[in-house]
Ligand binder design. Structure first.
Ligand SMILES: [Zn+2]
Ligand SMILES: [Zn+2]
Length: 281
C-alpha cells in the first residue's frame, strides 16, 4: 500500500537556516579517552563538555588520527598537564555550537582542528613567524569528567579522542563540504608537519633533489610538500615495499629499499653528487 507522507508540512516545519545564528546551547555528554594517572593506560570515560565561551566553538568529533605525540604525553607522565588528560590532537568534525563573537563559523560547518592557533601578539607572531607562536590560543576550561566533575586537560589544546571538544574558534578551520573528514583530520598534524618541513623548516627550492628517509604519514607528506615546491628529484627511502609504492603514488621520482645494501650509496648513485636536502621521519 502506498504511504502518503505530509512532505509539504514537513518542509514547512523546517526553519530556514540563518548564518551565524547562535543557537540555544547546553552542555553535552560524550566519551573521551582519558589518562587518569601517570604511567597508567588510557581509559574511556564519560565527560561533560560545556557550552563554548566567547571566541570558542564546540566540535562534534567525527574522526581523529593517531600520532606519536599522544604516546609521548603518556610516556612523559602527562608532560606537565594536569590529570585527567583528554588525548588526541589530529581531529576533524562538525561544529556543534559557537560562542559569542564567532562570526566565521556556524553549527553544521565541517572543520579540522589546528593544534596551534597563533596568538598574533607574542614576539614570534609579531615578527611574522606564527608557527613558532608560544602563546597558542586555548579554550577555557570546558571539559569535565562526569564521575567527579574533575576538569580535564586537552592535549595540545585539542583533546580529539572524544565525542565532543571545545577549542578556540581560530583553531577550527572550515573545510569544503565534499572533503571526507576521516581524511581531512590527517591535515591537522601529519600533513602540516610534512608539507611544512618543505615549505618552512627546510624550504625546498624548485629543482632541488630531496631524499626522504622514512615514508610513514609524515614522510609521505614531505614527498607531497617537495612535489608542491617543484623539487626535481624526490628519493624515498624505506624498508617496507608497500610504503615505497605509496611513496611513488605520492610523487617520489625514485625509491630506495634500505634493506638492499647501503642506502646512502644508493642515493648518491641516483644523484651522482649527492642530494640537496634530506628529511628524516
Ligand atoms: Zn601529532
Ligand atoms: Zn603568538
Amino acid at each position: 500500500m502506498e504511504t502518503h507522507y505530509p512532505w509539504d508540512r514537513l518542509l514547512w516545519a523546517v526553519p530556514e537556516e540563518e548564518p551565524n545564528t547562535i543557537s540555544p546551547m547546553a552542555a553535552v555528554e560524550g566519551r573521551a579517552a582519558l589518562l587518569l594517572q601517570p604511567g597508567e593506560d588510557a581509559v574511556i570515560e564519560t565527560v561533560v563538555v560545556d557550552d563554548p565561551g566567547p571566541n570558542e566553538v564546540r566540535v562534534r568529533i567525527t574522526a581523529s588520527g593517531v600520532c606519536h605525540t599522544d604516546l609521548t604525553v603518556k610516556n612523559l607522565r602527562g608532560n606537565g598537564m594536569a590529570f585527567p588528560i583528554v588525548l588526541g590532537h589530529e581531529g576533524a568534525g562538525i561544529v556543534d555550537a559557537v560562542g559569542e563573537g564567532v562570526t566565521h563559523l556556524k553549527p553544521g560547518d565541517p572543520v579540522v582542528i589546528a593544534y596551534r592557533a597563533p596568538c598574533e601578539q607574542c614576539p614570534a607572531c609579531r615578527r611574522g613567524d606564527p608557527r613558532r607562536c608560544y602563546m597558542a590560543l586555548r579554550p577555557g576550561p570546558r571539559v569535565h569528567r562526569k564521575a567527579d566533575g574533575a576538569l580535564c586537560s586537552q592535549v595540545l589544546r585539542c583533546g580529539t579522542f572524544a565525542d565532543y571538544t571545545v577549542v578556540h574558534a581560530k583553531a577550527a578551520i572550515k573545510m569544503p563540504e565534499a572533503m571526507p573528514l576521516d581524511k581531512a583530520c590527517l591535515i591537522a598534524c601529519g600533513v602540516v608537519t610534512g608539507v611544512g618541513a618543505c615549505m618552512n623548516t627546510t624550504p625546498v627550492w624548485p629543482g632541488a633533489r630531496v631524499a626522504v628517509i622514512g615514508c610513514g604519514g609524515v614522510g609521505l607528506s614531505v614527498i607531497q610538500g617537495a612535489r608542491l615546491a617543484h623539487a626535481r628529484q624526490i628519493i624515498a627511502v624505506d624498508v617496507n615495499p608497500v610504503k615505497l609504492q605509496w611513496a611513488r603514488d605520492f610523487g617520489a621520482t625514485d625509491v630506495v629499499d634500505a634493506r638492499d645494501g647501503d642506502p646512502v650509496a644508493a642515493v648518491r648513485a641516483l644523484t651522482e653528487d649527492g642530494w640537496d636536502g634530506g628529511v628524516e621521519f
